[in-house]
Design a protein around this ligand. Structure first.
Ligand SMILES: [Zn+2]
Length: 532
């Protein structure tokens, strides 16, 4: 089993009705482009004139998306949208029945819609599963955000899925043991797969086997997940798969450097379809590709994988396709999307949110990725803490647990009320806490210890032991605006911060008689501040 040298793998055949295609060289040096086109033409001619007699090769296609949190198009309908991706999938499948739709992890959470309640329960990714089922998704792997869900909620999503889950290095803990997660379908309990091997054939009778595995990164995982080092597990599994199959591919959910490292260690795998990173990328490692599409289905990768039966070599050509209005929305998928939009509209109306209303237009993007907001001061955290002071003008300073910023993405351009809900999906109240300076210092120290976690704190008017430029007096009392969540003692290293703490003198809440009191809802406070 070999992967053919990758320079020719950049080759692309022109499919005439993909006039919206953006080829993957978006991130390649311009120098390469003329070569790529030349290589593609010869490949195209070869396939065209060998119909029905054995051409000693077989091709299959994969539509790859990753990190999809939204069911609708973004940026005012301009880009993305699962109903458009469903159309692309149908088009590809019409050209080659050996076409598979895959998602390389992160889709059940976070989303604004997922945090809403429907039928007495939080939606928690149910909308995604329903839409992806009808869009025809076939394979997924576990991303870290799948494990944001409580165990019973993830189980429901697994049961509702009509697609196949591959979890090579993640299991469900069962007491002292662990076993693959399961999908319960009526009376049947089906384990999720550690790998999948299947046969494909074409019209001239060529048959080959394809094997796929996955890799999921280690992150802060809940207690019910058993994680094994993905490098070790993948390495152990590959010889078995090599014995079973002609072509090896993988879906991964880990950072790009780890993908490249893995690809270098495991040259038998020709294609690594990655997730976790939100920007498209393609890397050539030895003779293999590592690819990531843009998050939220803004783009999708289409891979054409050709196996040559005479030389036993595999050729991969990959192109990145922009998902926009040039792709019509698939009617069946759109129906399910619309159903969920109607549910969302009803819930938002109850909260006083108008999803389409524009709040502001950003000149510089807000980097709200978790890896950023949970490790360093950011513009977005600063804006939110200022909005808290806007809602509570009598407070001396504001503190935010950065884990409340859940969008895990870069926010650009026009920001709507819906985007605000995506940024801060849990619409808690703002409390003003009259507390001793000694407690305030202790909170700030804990915030530093929480670097990398949701309990990493952001501030306005607080800095290095100073409040509004003055030393914090340990015996003095200050008025500090906080999200109500922070008073529950549920944040790591901040268990002492509850309404029972003896260094808290008073807690002030939104005035119930004043419906305009912005302290009642952090989302509304942020919307009002940005509009102001
Ligand atoms: Zn991820």
């Amino acid at each position: 089993m070999f992967c053919i040298d990758t320079i020719s793998q950049f080759s692309l055949t022109f499919i005439p009705d993909f006039n919206t295609t953006y080829f993957m060289m978006r991130r390649l040096p311009l120098l390469f482009i003329p070569f790529l086109f030349l290589a593609s033409c010869s490949l195209f001619r070869n396939t065209a004139d060998t119909k029905n007699k054995d051409d000693k090769k077989i091709s299959f296609q994969i539509l790859q998306v990753n990190d999809v949190y939204e069911i609708t198009p973004l940026e005012n309908g301009r880009i993305g949208g699962l109903a458009r991706i469903a159309t692309l999938y149908k088009q590809l499948k019409a050209k080659n029945p050996n076409t598979y739709f895959m998602l390389a992890g992160d889709f059940l959470n976070p989303s604004a819609l997922g945090t809403l309640k429907h039928d007495g329960e939080r939606i928690n990714g149910k909308q995604m599963v329903e839409v992806l089922n009808v869009a025809g998704l076939e394979y997924v792997t576990f991303g870290n955000h799948e494990f944001d869900l409580k165990e019973e909620d993830l189980q429901k999503r697994l049961n509702e899925s009509n697609f196949t889950w591959i979890g090579t290095n993640v299991d469900q803990k069962k007491g002292a043991n662990h076993q693959p997660f399961v999908q319960i379908k009526g009376k049947d309990t089906l384990p999720t797969l550690r790998s999948k091997t299947w046969e494909i054939s074409d019209t001239d009778g060529t048959r080959i086997k394809v094997a796929m595995l996955s890799a999921t990164l280690k992150s802060l995982l809940p207690d019910y997940v058993h994680h094994e080092n993905q490098f070790d597990v993948v390495h152990k599994m590959i010889p078995t798969l090599q014995a079973q199959a002609d072509v090896l591919i993988s879906m991964t959910h880990q950072n790009r450097d780890d993908d490249k490292k893995m690809a270098a260690l495991e040259p038998a795998v020709c294609l690594w379809m990655g997730g976790h990173d939100h920007e498209n990328s393609i890397d050539t490692v030895g003779k293999s590709f590592v690819t990531k599409a843009d998050a939220n289905g803004k783009t999708a990768y289409v891979h054409t994988i050709t196996y040559h039966t005479d030389t036993k070599k595999t050729e991969v050509s990959s192109k990145l396709i922009t998902i926009d209005a040039n792709l019509a929305e698939d009617v069946e998928t759109k129906k399910v999307v619309d159903k969920w939009l109607a549910i969302a509209a009803e819930s938002f109306a109850k909260e006083g949110i108008n999803p389409d209303a524009v709040v502001t237009e950003l000149r510089t993007p807000w980097d709200a990725r978790e890896a950023i907001v949970r490790t360093q001061p950011t513009e977005i955290a600063s804006v939110i803490t200022k909005a808290m002071l806007f809602a509570a003008p009598n407070a001396n300073a504001a503190i935010l647990n950065t884990g409340s910023i859940r969008i895990d993405d870069v926010v650009e351009g026009r920001v709507t009320e819906y985007d605000i809900v995506r940024i801060l999906p849990f619409a808690g109240a703002i409390k003003v806490v009259e507390m001793k300076g000694s407690l305030l210092k202790k909170i700030m120290e804990a915030g530093e210890k929480n670097k990398g976690r949701g309990g990493y704190l952001a501030y306005t008017n607080l800095d290095n032991g100073l409040i509004n430029g003055n030393m914090i007096g340990p015996e003095m009392y200050y008025f500090i605006a906080l999200p109500e969540f922070l008073l529950k003692g549920k944040e790591a290293n901040l268990e002492f911060l509850t309404d029972k703490n003896p260094d808290i003198k008073n807690i002030y809440s939104a005035a119930p008689e004043n419906p305009k009191d912005l302290r009642k809802n952090l989302q509304l406070a942020l919307i009002a501040y940005l509009k102001n």
